[in-house]
Design a protein around this ligand. Structure first.
Ligand code: COA
Length: 322
């Protein structure tokens, strides 16, 4: 039996840090409101000349170094993102070119905040089928360029970043299962109103931003993230007590706390980065994984459940032995 195994991880966060105190000068809000309602204290914001691919490249280099992998070893690149540099060519080909990799398949997956989980699940299938020996998987986002900085109900939530992993086949587990889901009936609760084939030109200089019914998103997120975790454990005949780490999408500390409570997991077993990163959409789970690995909390052989939830809605999980 072939398993997919994470051989190395990396992350990149833009240099500029935007604090809650600075946001108080931009919109009518307060550090206290943001911290108590969301848990976010600061977030990284990309510079004008940074693009999502430039973040990806740095995160990829760091994952490749951790896995001791060279450009010529990589035979597949999959990137989860909703904020690619260009409409085409796809962002994975831009990263491929920058890393001097030529000829292997390179594509992106758009599933909002679940983008990395969708990408990793897809790569897991390539590896199990024997079609990849060394894959680069990234979740990355410059979501702050989509944000309407006049809308206090959304602009305080988001941040930019990229998280990367190198995945290789292994006789030892490895990814034990992946589960993906989506339900388009929730579109109205969270979306961006402009795209390549809809109103892109008309939008012009008008302020366009993320449309979100926060309260309703919150409720579905908590319910879904709890159910997704149970689904993964049940499929593997495992109990939540066997989990070493939960790495949930970092949207809001209260959502993370409520999910952990549903699973009866102490918060000490949850990797939490939302205070420092904000909601970085597809980048949030791989960056949190990298934080946990690099600070020594996550160790080889431990059982880890990663899960995410985002616009669509989309959702998914990856249960793995690191
Ligand atoms: N600062 C101060 N007040 C704010 C504010 C801000 N940044 N944003 C909203 N408010 C106000 C609202 O205008 C509202 O005022 P009102 O009662 O006078 O109308 C009040 O705070 C409460 O708003 P509400 O939306 O009910 O707050 P909430 O407790 O639901 O928290 C969110 C708002 C957005 C933090 C919360 O709903 C949330 O995190 N939802 C999930 C969002 C999410 O995760 N999205 C991504 C999913 S991948």
């Amino acid at each position: 039996m072939i398993y997919s195994k994470i051989a190395g991880t990396g992350r990149y966060l833009p240099e500029r840090i935007l604090t809650n105190a600075e946001l108080e000068k931009i919109v009518e809000t307060s550090d206290e409101w943001i911290r108590t309602r969301t848990g976010v204290e600061r977030r990284h914001v990309a510079a004008e000349d940074e693009t999502t691919s430039s973040l990806c490249i740095e995160a990829a280099k760091s994952a490749m170094e951790a896995a001791d992998v060279k450009s010529e070893d990589i035979d597949l690149i999959v990137i989860g993102t909703t904020t690619p540099d260009l409409i085409f060519p796809n962002i994975a080909t831009l990263v491929q070119q920058a890393l001097d990799i030529h000829g292997c398949p390179a594509f992106s997956i758009e599933a909002a905040c679940t983008g990395f989980i969708y990408a990793l699940s897809t790569v897991d299938k390539f590896i199990r089928a024997g079609e990849s020996q060394c894959a680069l998987v990234i979740g990355a986002e410059i979501i702050t360029k989509l944000v309407d900085w006049n809308d206090r109900s959304t602009c305080v939530l988001f941040g930019d970043g990229a998280g990367a992993v190198i995945v290789k086949p292994s006789a030892e587990p490895g990814i034990l299962s992946t589960h993906l889901g989506a339900d388009g009936k929730y579109k109205e609760l969270l979306y961006y109103p402009v795209g390549a084939s809809k109103d892109l030109v008309a939008a012009g200089t008008d302020a366009v931003g993320i449309i979100m019914r926060g309260n309703e998103v919150f409720k579905v997120a908590v319910k879904t993230l709890g159910a997704v975790a149970q689904q993964a454990l049940k499929a593997n005949n495992m109990d939540k007590s066997e989990l070493d780490w939960l790495i949930p999408h970092q949207a809001n500390l209260r959502i993370i706390q409520a999910t952990a409570k549903r699973l009866k997991l102490p918060l000490e077993k949850v990797i939490i980065t939302v205070q420092d990163h904000g909601n970085t959409s597809a980048a949030s789970v791989p960056m949190a994984l990298d934080v946990g690995i690099r600070d020594g909390r996550i160790k080889r052989g431990q059982l880890i459940l990663m899960e995410a939830f985002g616009g669509g809605f989309t959702w998914g999980s990856v249960l793995m032995r690191y």
